[in-house]
Ligand binder design. Structure first.
Ligand code: TXA
Ligand code: MG
Length: 350
């Protein structure tokens, strides 16, 4: 398939009319049932008309995504929520006012217009209004709600730049809008409002602390922290290994000194086995002597922005093992650790 790549400059230099005319081309493709990858503030999304079952099916095919893993429906105006959801509780309205546009996805009871292909057969629908000018303009111009998972091949790290999307999907979809790197770097928080108390199914840019301030009690689904759960998995996305680079990822968590010691031990062990080792550190002063060392940042925002990119970079270096220092699971740290654990095949408590 021919893929059209539309390149747009950094946000502050986007001239309204010029940008809009380019985006209109992509919007027309969406309206006609095609697939368009576009930037959001979190990660790039792979969009299709959410109300067109045939178009949505193509997303699943292209990504090689299991059909029971539902998609998030992206909108550009709050009024759309009342069409897509059959019930909109008061808390949903408060959350929309406080956090939209932004990295918060709300799970509500779905209305009849949403095809079950989009919701993976569930009777609920995930809805979000992204905080990105290109995304909002695209949705507005397409005049349809846009179903969009992250624009990566299933199981790979989510794409945080146009280049990542091109690598995964060029030749497989109609249009890629490339607008450089995304700002947050981790996917949105998914909050289930069909249960009491509201439950975080996936942590993200809006933290549990942010939500508690507005809602009072908020639950974090046990699967989020990587605990083994026997109960039915609420968000089908939770049961699949995710975000994984080719190398095996080992996360080491605990207090700094013990973590350092454990990582050294692991490096010695794997070196003896002839493995090429990468380490992902928060602080360059910590020298482990691995084959490849990548610093992902010292504060949560920077780490979030760099995480997926760094995992992909390790793949380019062909390392066999990636050893990552764990961080504290509070605030945005919860989302970072969630992605790291889901990318990993082993979590070690030092
Ligand atoms: O930031 C984001 O959310 C990005 C950008 C593109 O908006 N999108 C994204 O989509 O991360 P995706 O498909 O990679 O992740 C959607 C998550 C999955 O874990 C899925 O299982 C969950 O949301 N989800 C979607 N609909 C759901 C529903 N009705 N009930 C429970 N979980 C749902
Ligand atoms: Mg995804």
């Amino acid at each position: 398939m021919q893929t059209l790549v539309i390149t747009l400059g950094p946000q502050d230099s986007w001239e309204d009319e010029k940008m809009r005319s380019k985006i209109k081309i992509a919007a027309e493709v969406l309206r006609k049932g095609g697939l368009v990858a576009f930037p959001t503030e979190t990660v790039y999304g792979l969009g299709a008309n959410a109300l067109d079952s045939k178009a949505v099916k193509k997303i699943f095919e292209v990504k090689v995504r299991p059909a029971d893993n539902p998609l998030i429906v992206h909108i550009a105006s709050k009024a759309e929520v009342y069409k897509l959801a059959s019930e909109v509780p008061k808390e949903a309205e408060e959350l929309m006012d406080a956090f939209w546009p932004g990295p918060l996805t709300l799970i509500l009871k779905k209305s009849e217009i949403v095809p079950s292909t989009t919701t993976g057969g569930l009777d609920t629908v995930a809805i979000r209004m992204p905080a990105h000018k290109i995304a909002l303009t695209l949705i507005e111009e397409s005049k349809v709600p846009v179903a969009a998972p992250s624009a990566n091949l299933s199981g790979k790290p989510s794409p945080t730049s146009g280049e990542h999307v091109i690598r995964d999907l060029y030749g497989k979809i109609d249009v890629i809008i490339d607008a450089g790197e995304t700002q947050i770097g981790l996917e949105s928080t998914v909050l289930d409002l069909t249960v009491d108390p509201p439950t975080i199914l996936r942590p993200g840019g809006i933290t549990p602390e942010d939500l508690e301030r507005l809602l009072g009690e908020v639950q974090v689904h046990p699967a989020v922290e990587g605990r083994k759960v026997k109960t039915i998995v609420k968000s089908p996305g939770m049961k699949y290994r995710h975000y994984a680079p080719n190398a095996d990822v080992i996360v080491v968590e605990g207090n700094t000194e013990k973590v350092n010691e454990k990582i050294r031990e692991l490096i010695t062990k794997y070196k003896r086995e002839g493995k090429k080792i990468g380490v992902m550190v928060t602080d360059m002063r910590q020298r482990y002597g691995a084959d490849v060392t990548k610093i992902i940042g010292n504060d949560f925002e920077t780490i979030a922005r760099n995480l997926f990119k760094t995992l992909r970079e390790f793949d380019e270096e062909d390392v066999d093992i990636i050893i990552a220092e764990g961080i504290e699971s509070v605030g945005l740290g919860l989302a970072i650790m969630n992605r790291l654990k889901r990318a990993s095949y082993k979590i070690i408590k030092a």
